[in-house]
Design a binder for this molecule. Structure first.
Ligand code: PGA
Length: 224
């Protein structure tokens, strides 16, 4: 199973998000190969918009298995009087996955491994699958099923990390063989295949190339 995660970050208003989905749905309808992979559990597409767009996007999404929604973060509080927070308990039924520990959260919001571990615990408690982002070995603080290696210099820079270096990092993480290992950092339709052909990378966390539905779709195709 390949995992293609679209991380929209703090981009797209409602209208832009709905247009994205329309275009993406049309691309899917045109190409049966992608649909086949989704139906055969060979591919999972996880779209991660801002919280408030999760529901409207899910309503418009084409009804094919293995295309689903994720959140980009989650509160480290379970529920209660925490104005402005979005807790795992309130994401039930909306998000199947959640990105946790993205380097932008660690950098701009000063998230520590202790905070991230608490978020992972709550996500699991509410059966939302965490996608733990790590910049290196020391960020791998909790047990999760999906790990995304995202070297900071590769994110949003156009300088994707060489596949060999990604594999080296994977080795040093000593992951259980059944853990899904994703790469993130300037992935696009041109470079995706270089990772996939190693046979050791289970998919991508895609930022910039997920902003446009065509480039995301092409990245998906290049990852099959
Ligand atoms: P990028 O972002 O594809 O723009 O490098 C990846 C990410 O931050 O998850």
């Amino acid at each position: 199973m390949k995992y293609l995660v679209a991380n929209w970050k703090a981009n797209k208003n409602l209208n832009e998000a709905l247009i994205w989905i329309d275009v993406f749905n049309n691309l899917l309808k045109k190409n049966k190969k992608v649909e086949e992979k989704l139906r055969n559990d060979k591919l999972k597409i996880i779209i991660c918009p801002s919280y408030h767009l999760i529901y409207p996007v899910s309503e418009k999404l084409i009804n094919i298995p293995n295309i689903t929604l994720g959140a980009q973060d989650v509160s480290f509080f379970e529920k209660g009087s925490y104005t402005g927070e979005v807790s795992a308990s309130t994401l039930v039924g909306l998000a199947e996955f959640v990105i946790i520990g993205h380097s932008e959260r660690r950098r701009y919001f000063k998230e520590t491994n202790a905070i991230i571990d608490q978020k992972i615990k709550l996500a699991k408690q509410y059966r939302i699958e965490p996608i733990l982002c790590v910049r290196d070995k020391k960020d791998l603080s909790s047990e999760v099923e999906i790990v995304a290696y995202e070297p900071v210099n590769a994110i949003g820079s156009g300088n994707n990390e060489d596949a060999n270096n990604v594999l080296q990092m994977k080795q040093s993480l000593h992951l259980d063989p059944d853990i899904k290992f994703l790469y993130g950092g300037s992935t696009n339709e041109e470079n995706a295949a270089s990772y996939i052909k190693t046979g050791q990378i289970d998919g991508f966390l895609v930022g910039t190339a997920s902003k446009d539905p065509h480039s995301f779709y092409n990245t998906v195709q290049a990852s099959l």
